[in-house]
Design a protein around this ligand. Structure first.
Ligand code: SAM
Length: 236
């Protein structure tokens, strides 16, 4: 992996100048958990179609990283064995209410996405939505998703970032520092740069909403290693 791309992805943008600490993130989401639950109906209208499109194909044991109040839960097939993690106890409290409301038998744990307390290869599908923009070290979080996803499994990401449309992108660049200071969100990042920096093989990318929304299906990095070994054995 190119150390330069990892360094660039980690060091670019306002968060690199002073990334929020986990404690600051926790405090900030403690304040907005009620608000997020109240405006869930609006969230569903704006983002439900993307969550459905991407997450309806999840299967097996599923980890939702930085699950927040749990807006992804209703778009997962009923057959999955769901585990959600987040650093914010208040957001997890709302996620618990949602699980109860939907009668889903999931597990929720308070945990840092950058240091997951799960064994290697312990999930069939790892999902995450609107999250890499807030992680202090998004590449570390992606590397953790990679580690806990079994070979042959899938990593599904619903992310937002810099628009494809010039004037919108320039506005995002202009307001990036202010937006990070206000909302703790790197809204002009390129999610694909992070995936490259984390060495995650991308299988499919779909852009939506003027390029602001990116839906990604990635494979765990061990898959490409296994492919290389298989190819070597066949050639040999
Ligand atoms: C913008 S919200 C997205 C929540 C949800 N995934 C969604 O789609 O609405 C970002 C979430 O990331 C969580 N978060 C931020 N940094 C985290 C970290 N290092 N580990 C785990 N959760 C984190 C926050 O507590 C918050 O719930």
């Amino acid at each position: 992996m190119a150390t330069d791309s990892r360094t660039a992805a980690r060091d670019s943008g306002p968060a690199a100048r002073r990334p929020m600490s986990i404690e600051e993130i926790r405090d900030s989401y403690a304040e907005c958990a009620d608000w997020a639950a109240r405006f869930d109906w609006l969230e569903r209208r704006l983002t439900g179609r993307y969550r459905r499109e991407l997450f309806q194909g999840a299967e097996g044991r599923v980890l939702d990283v930085a699950c927040g109040t749990g807006p992804n839960f209703e778009y997962l097939p009923q057959t999955v064995d769901l585990v959600g993690i987040d650093v914010s106890p208040e957001m997890l409290g709302k996620a618990r209410d949602r699980l109860d409301r939907l009668a889903i038998d999931g597990t929720l744990r308070e945990m840092d996405a950058q240091d997951l307390a799960f064994d290697d290869d312990s999930f069939d599908t790892v999902i995450s939505s609107l999250s890499t923009c807030t992680f202090p070290d998004p590449v570390a979080a992606l590397e953790e998703m990679d580690r806990v996803c079994r070979p042959g499994g899938r990593i599904l990401l619903f992310e937002h970032g810099r628009s494809d449309v010039g004037p919108i992108a320039r506005f995002q660049d202009w307001r990036a520092d202010a937006h990070y200071a206000q909302a703790g969100c790197r809204w002009n990042q390129d999610p694909l740069e992070l995936l490259v920096a984390a060495d995650l093989p991308v299988r499919e990318v779909r852009n939506r909403a003027l390029g602001i929304v990116t839906l990604v299906e990635a494979r765990p990095s061990r898959d490409s290693l296994l492919d290389a070994v298989r190819a070597h054995v066949i050639e040999g």
